[in-house]
Design a protein. Structure first.
Lengths: 329, 240
């Protein structure tokens, strides 16, 4: 049911007829690889937020996909606003939009934690999950009412690209947009990795993730650290929202649902709680989705992604890079 | 006489409806080693954690350095130069030994990390060789040294040690107790030490308290308690 409500995918991205002969088949596969990695990067960015929050307080933040959606809308608003101010230089507009969307989405993330999750800490285990589903609905309706239910289109910011290969009537395209998406993701993830592994805040986050009580005994303000985890996760999701907007050119208030479920799947696939696992899971889900669409059927691409999840959960329940985890409360 | 560094008055702590501490009165003077002994489940760890505000005392006051800390959040209590090496060590297993030590220092705002590290490594040379190893790969004794070292990185005035000898070989226990004595003598560090097996603890400590079912039943100097027949029967000779 939700598939039909998702933003339509640009026809040039998916669903070409399958090529089978020699070099042409290779070219076709290469194109799918490029598309899959691009999409996977977006999923990976969202998945990091799921996995961080799960790692630190053991809850699935069902509203995270909607923070991603809010990030996409903020990006659209920012790009339109900048255009109306005459700021059209693409790198500048993108950088400003990135800051604007990430900053405001971070505020959303902070507020959601503060309002809907923190008061329930120490309550029964399902309470924050139910609250999260509630927040997800609130955010969707908020955007639907504020922005309208119609699909919002945006002109391509960075048309064109590089033609990597030309075989027969099939050309392998690496669009500028794809380069921008992969580059932005790599930069953001590098900064994030540095933050987590090298800074006092990152150490505090890891300490809270490993033993919340002990972290408190070392003088860490655990509530603040949890808040910051939501803030950072939301900022990353907003970056993903911007990239999604740029890639597909259309968004609506419902994109957070499916993207959220996919990213959550990616986090579980990679091993929930593991940051590299989230990125790896995102890439795999992106690749599975794209390859399945390219070689089998577009209609069943979501089924394919979830089928892989089920297989992983059966044969390797802790995910690819996950630890056999003790239950957290 | 100066006021004690730590005074608990009428402290009661509950887990839900279960009362774990009953009207506990206790003092720890600056520069003292005080030990708390008691059987398994008596409430020793609860007392240590109550001082740190987790769980919070339901009644009574906990005055530290002239200020009632019983209502402060845990992280603020721990920033008053109180440090705990808790029961079960609670090492961060997926952080290096070095990072574990840093965690002790960073949040309490210590700046001279290298000097502190040197001190800890002098005290526990085995940690020095393992700074880049993951905490989870250490032996039990090394983890205990790390837990104490991590607590010391905050330059505490009051060090809370919860069963540092649990599960360790006698030689390692001697090493750890030796380190506690050295710290106390040389730096005047105040120590509150929980032990289930009381002999060594009472010999090390200036004073001791006995906790039974959440209530203090006896108090006295280490030597005094060691000499009492009821203590000998309950905690020293095959009891505990
Ligand atoms: N988190 C907890 N929830 C409920 N009861 C607890 C908890 N921790 C300890 N208790 C209970 O409180 C009592 C004292 O425990 P504890 O302080 O750990 O004793 P000790 O450290 O002396 O062995 C025990 O009866 C124990 O079962
Ligand atoms: Mg105990």
């Amino acid at each position: 049911m939700f598939v039909t409500r998702l933003a339509p995918v640009r026809p040039d991205v998916f669903a070409r007829p399958v090529r089978t002969e020699g070099v042409e088949a290779l070219a076709y596969a290469l194109q799918q690889l490029i598309n899959g990695v691009t999409l996977g990067m977006i999923y990976g960015l969202i998945a990091v937020g799921y996995t961080m929050v799960y790692g630190i307080i053991g809850m699935i933040n069902f509203a995270h996909g909607d923070i991603f959606m809010v990030g996409a809308f903020l990006s659209l608003i920012s790009l339109l606003g900048l255009a109306s101010l005459g700021i059209t230089a693409v790198p500048l507009a993108l950088a400003l939009t990135l800051l604007f969307a990430a900053g405001l989405a971070a505020l959303y993330g902070w507020t959601v934690e503060r309002v809907a999750y923190r008061p329930l800490r120490g309550s029964f285990r399902l309470a924050p999950l139910i609250s999260a589903i509630g927040m997800s609905i609130v955010l969707q309706n908020f955007v639907q009412v504020g922005q309208g239910a119609r699909v919002k289109p945006m002109n391509a910011l960075l048309p064109g690209g590089i033609e990597l290969m030309n075989e027969g009537d099939f050309a392998v395209q690496l669009s500028w947009m794809q380069i921008a998406i992969v580059a932005t993701t790599l930069i953001v993830l590098t900064a994030f990795t540095w933050l987590v592994t090298r800074t006092p805040l990152g150490r505090s986050m890891r300490a809270c993730e490993q033993d919340l009580k002990m972290a408190g005994l070392l003088g860490i303000d655990t509530d603040r650290t949890i808040s910051l985890t939501f803030v950072i996760g939301a900022a990353l999701a907003a970056v993903a929202g911007l990239l999604f907007l740029l890639y597909y050119g259309v968004i609506d208030f419902f994109i957070g649902f499916l993207a959220g479920v996919k990213a959550f799947t990616a986090a579980v696939l990679g091993g929930i709680g593991s940051l590299p696992g989230a990125v790896l899971g995102g890439l795999l889900i992106g690749l599975i989705e794209v390859f399945w669409s390219a070689y089998f059927s577009v209609e069943y691409k979501d089924v394919a992604a979830f089928a892989v999840l089920i297989l992983v959960l059966i044969f390797r329940p802790s995910g690819i890079l996950g630890r056999a985890e003790v239950e957290k409360v | 006489m100066t006021a004690p560094l730590l005074t608990l008055s009428g402290v009661s702590t509950f887990y839900g409806a279960i009362q774990a501490l009953r009207d506990v009165d206790m003092t720890v003077n600056e520069g003292e080693i005080v030990t708390l002994i008691g059987a398994n489940g008596a409430g020793k760890s609860t007392l240590m954690m109550t001082i740190c505000g987790s769980p919070r005392a339901r009644t009574g006051s906990i005055v530290y350095d002239g200020r009632d800390i019983a209502r402060l959040p845990t992280h603020e209590i721990m920033r008053q130069r109180i440090a705990q090496a808790p029961e079960g060590r609670r090492i961060f297993g997926r952080m290096t030994v070095y990072e574990n030590l840093l965690m002790g220092a960073e949040v309490s705002g210590q700046t001279d990390i290298p000097a502190l590290l040197d001190q800890i490594c002098d005290l526990f040379p085995r940690l020095k060789e393992r700074l880049s190893q993951r905490g989870g790969t250490l032996s039990g004794g090394e983890q205990q040294m790390l837990a104490i070292g991590r607590a010391l990185m905050a330059r505490p005035r009051l060090l809370l040690l919860d069963e540092p000898s649990l599960g360790l070989a006698p030689l390692v226990v001697r090493q750890i107790f030796g380190a506690i004595r050295t710290l106390n003598r040389e730096t005047g560090l105040t120590v509150l030490l929980v032990e289930q097996n009381a002999h060594q603890a009472l010999r090390l400590a200036h004073r001791g308290y006995v906790l039974v079912n959440g209530a203090i039943t006896m108090a006295g100097t280490g030597a005094d308690l060691l000499a009492r027949p009821e203590i000998r029967a309950a905690y020293l000779e095959g009891g505990g």
